[in-house]
Design a protein. Structure first.
Length: 332
C-alpha cells in the first residue's frame, strides 16, 4: 500500500464543545486560537441534535466517482480529480464536524451516553472528566467509545484540550480522505508520498497563514487558500516535469534567459489558461510574469523543485465573499 505523506486535500473542520458549566465555556472561548470553527452548547440534547444532523453536501469521495458503461457487461469507474479543486466553491466543506469534546458530568445525558449516541464512525470523541470520573473514562477509552479523555483538574487544562483537539482533527481528516488515497494509490502523484514535500507544505501554511489546500494538475502541485479566500499556487515538479517546461518554452520561442533557467531547473513556470498560443499580432507573451525562481528539495529517491505564487490565477469561478473560511466563520 502506498504511504501518503500528504493528503490530496485539506480544509478546516468544526469542533463542538458540550458542557453545562457556562463559565467554563466562556473561559474556553477566550483561550481558543483565533480562526477556529467552534460551536458550544450547555444543553446536551440540543448539542446531540446538532451533531447528528447530516451535512447536505455528500463527502467528496461520493461525488468524484462516476460510472461509465462501455457495454452491458463492462462498467468502468472514473475518478474526476478536477472536482478536488472545485471543492472550494462549497462553503459547507467547513461545516463537517471532526471533533466533539463533551463533559462527563451533565444532567439528562452524561458524556458517556452522549458519545454512545453518536453515529458518525469518523467523528473523534474526547471527554472531560473530574477526579471521580477517571475510572469510567479509562474503561470507556479501552472499550473504544472514546478517542481521548481529558482530566479537568490538569494545571494546563486548556492547553491539553487544544493539543488533543489538534491531534484528533488530523486523525479525522486522515480517515476522511482514506478512500480517496486508496484509489490514488494505484497511480499517485508522486510528490504526495514525499515527506520532504509534506514538511515544506506544513511550514509554508504556518508561515503564510494558509488554512486549506487542494491537489491540482497542469502544472502539478497544490492550490492553497488563506482564510479570506486569497488563492496561492504551489507548483511541484520533478526533473522530468522541468524538462517538459523547457520543451514548451523552446517550442514557443521563449527568451534565451528564460529557456536557460528552465533547462537548468533554476526557474519554474505557471502556465495555465494563458499561453503563447493565445497571444496574437505584435503582442508578446510576458514570460517573466509566469516564471519564478525554483527551490530544490531532496526527496527519498529524486529531487523536487517548488515555487510559490501569491494571488494566483484559478481555472474555476470562486467567490471568497460566499465560499471562504472567513465567510463560514461569520455564520457561526
Amino acid at each position: 500500500m502506498t504511504e501518503f505523506a500528504l493528503a490530496p486535500y485539506f480544509h478546516p473542520t468544526t469542533v463542538v464543545f458540550i458542557d453545562d458549566n457556562e463559565s467554563f465555556l466562556r473561559s474556553l472561548d477566550l483561550e481558543l486560537p483565533g480562526g477556529w470553527a467552534c460551536k458550544t452548547f450547555t444543553d446536551p440534547t440540543i448539542a446531540l441534535e446538532f451533531v447528528q444532523r447530516q451535512p447536505t453536501l455528500p463527502p467528496l469521495m461520493d461525488r468524484c466517482f462516476t460510472l461509465q458503461r462501455r457495454s452491458p457487461s463492462e462498467v468502468l469507474i472514473h475518478l474526476d480529480l478536477n472536482l478536488i479543486e472545485q471543492e472550494i466553491n462549497h462553503l459547507e466543506r467547513f461545516a463537517r464536524i471532526s471533533v466533539v469534546v463533551v463533559d462527563y458530568s451533565m444532567p439528562v445525558i452524561n458524556g458517556l451516553d452522549f458519545c454512545a449516541a453518536l453515529t458518525d464512525p469518523l467523528l473523534r470523541k474526547a471527554m472531560l472528566t473530574g477526579v471521580a470520573d477517571e475510572k469510567v473514562a479509562v474503561e470507556a477509552f479501552n472499550a473504544g467509545l472514546l478517542n481521548r479523555f481529558i482530566p479537568k483538574h490538569n494545571n494546563n487544562g486548556i492547553g491539553v484540550i487544544l493539543d488533543f483537539i489538534d491531534d484528533l482533527q488530523q486523525e479525522y481528516f486522515s480517515q476522511y480522505t482514506a478512500r480517496l488515497k486508496d484509489t490514488l494509490a494505484i497511480d499517485p502523484p508522486k510528490f504526495l508520498t514525499e515527506p520532504v514535500i509534506a514538511r515544506h507544505v506544513e511550514t509554508l501554511m504556518q508561515r503564510e497563514n494558509l488554512v486549506e489546500y487542494y491537489l491540482v494538475d497542469t502544472p502539478p502541485g497544490l492550490m492553497l487558500l488563506k482564510a479570506n479566500g486569497q488563492i496561492w499556487r504551489l507548483v511541484v515538479m520533478n526533473e522530468a516535469d522541468m524538462q517538459q517546461q523547457a520543451v514548451f518554452a523552446r517550442a514557443h520561442e521563449a527568451p534565451r534567459s528564460i529557456l536557460n533557467d528552465l533547462v537548468k531547473c533554476k526557474k519554474i513556470g505557471l502556465f495555465l489558461g494563458d499561453s503563447p498560443d493565445n497571444y496574437f499580432g505584435d503582442e508578446k507573451f510576458p514570460w517573466h510574469e509566469y516564471v519564478k525562481r525554483a527551490q530544490r528539495l531532496q526527496g527519498v529517491h529524486t529531487s523536487w523543485y517548488v515555487a510559490l505564487w501569491q494571488n494566483a490565477p484559478a481555472d474555476i469561478d470562486f467567490d471568497p465573499a460566499t465560499s471562504s473560511y472567513d465567510a463560514y466563520l461569520a455564520t457561526l
